[in-house]
Design a protein around this ligand. Structure first.
Ligand code: TXA
Ligand code: MG
Length: 348
């Protein structure tokens, strides 16, 4: 498939015209990649089951994972759901447009291809001028997972999308690097108290400020709370770099000692080793590909960089990656969740 590629930095007259042309492809049942403030999304008309099927083909996997439906104004929610819980309205008022996906009971208008057979649907109103304009021009809600090939880190830069999906979708809208760099917070509003299923830039503390009680899925906490680290053998294929990655735990001093000892064992061997460090700790290492996630003082910068750094290790042909652990708090939960997943929950 020949992919139409457009590059839009701002929504001037020329940009709008190009956007109109690719929005027409959505109306025709085609797939289009578009930027959002979290990661790039691979979109199709959420009301068109055949179009939605093309998303799974382009991503390269039989996917029984439900898709998030993207809208460009709050009024679009009503026909998509059976009912809007009061608490969901509160969250929409505070966090939309933004990196928050609300799971609600779906209406009959949502095809099974979107909800993967569940009776619920995830809805998000993204806060990105191009995403908003694009959805509006398309004239329909857009179902979109992250625009990566199955098992690859989510794309935060146009070049990641081209690597993964050029030739596999009808069009790609390129723009600046995505601001947040991790996928949206997902919260299930069909249960009481609501449960965070996936942590993201909207933090658990922020959600509690608005709603009071909010639970966090044990799928998130069990792997992050230090005493309850699950077995390394567990199979997780999300966000994996090609190299084998392990998270290194301990005090600052222990971490750098463990990494230096581990790296030394590869000396003279044909194995390419990488270290995922921070601005503050890069100087502790002297061998292998040493890459900083950013400053420890700025967890949002580190979050923004994570997926692109994992892809950089791939480009460098790194086969073994040692990633420094990151102290857990409200602001780092999402970052740690993705880091541990990328490492398949293996730790030393
Ligand atoms: O930031 C984002 O959310 C990005 C951009 C493109 O908006 N999208 C994204 O989509 O990350 P995806 O498909 O890669 O991840 C969607 C997540 C999955 O973990 C899926 O299981 C969950 O949301 N999800 C979607 N609908 C759901 C539902 N009805 N019930 C439970 N979980 C749901
Ligand atoms: Mg994804």
């Amino acid at each position: 498939m020949k992919t139409r590629i457009i590059d839009i930095e701002s929504l001037d007259e020329a940009g709008e015209k190009e956007l109109q042309a690719v929005a027409a492809l959505i109306k025709n049942g085609e797939t289009v990649v578009f930027p959002t403030e979290t990661v790039y999304g691979l979109g199709a008309n959420a009301f068109d089951p055949e179009a939605v099927k093309k998303i799974f083909v382009a991503k390269g996997r039989p996917n029984d994972n439900p898709l998030i439906v993207h809208i460009s104004e709050i009024a679009q929610v009503e026909p998509l759901v059976a009912e809007i819980p009061k608490k969901a309205i509160k969250l929409m008022e505070v966090f939309w447009p933004g990196p928050l996906t609300l799971i609600m009971k779906k209406s009959a208008r949502i095809p099974d291809e979107v909800s993967a057979g569940l009776d619920t649907v995830g809805i998000r109103f993204p806060d990105h001028p191009i995403a908003r304009a694009f959805i509006k021009m398309s004239g329909c809600p857009i179902a979109a997972p992250s625009a990566n090939r199955s098992g690859r880190p989510s794309p935060t830069q146009g070049k990641h999308v081209l690597e993964d999906l050029d030739g596999r979708v009808a069009a790609i809208i390129l723009s600046a690097d995505t601001e947040i760099g991790l996928e949206s917070t997902v919260i299930d509003m069909t249960v009481e108290p609501p449960v965070v299923l996936r942590p993201g830039d909207v933090t658990v503390a922020e959600l509690r400020e608005v709603l009071g009680e909010v639970a966090v899925s044990s799928n998130v906490t069990k792997n992050v709370v230090p005493e309850k680290v699950s077995s390394p053998g567990m199979k997780y294929t999300h966000y994996s770099p090609k190299g084998e990655m392990v998270v290194v735990k301990g005090t600052k001093k222990e971490i750098s000692e463990k990494i230096n000892n581990a790296v030394a064992r590869y000396r003279g061997k044909p194995m390419t080793v990488g270290i995922l460090a921070s601005d503050e700790t890069m100087g502790c290492y002297h061998e292998g590909f040493i890459i900083s996630l950013g400053s420890q003082k700025d967890p949002r910068e580190m979050a923004k960089n994570l997926f692109s750094r994992l892809r950089t290790f791939d480009e460098l042909g790194v086969e073994r990656i040692f990633a420094e652990d990151i102290p857990l708090n409200n602001e780092t939960l999402a970052l740690i969740n993705r880091l541990y997943k990328a490492a398949g929950y293996t730790f030393i």
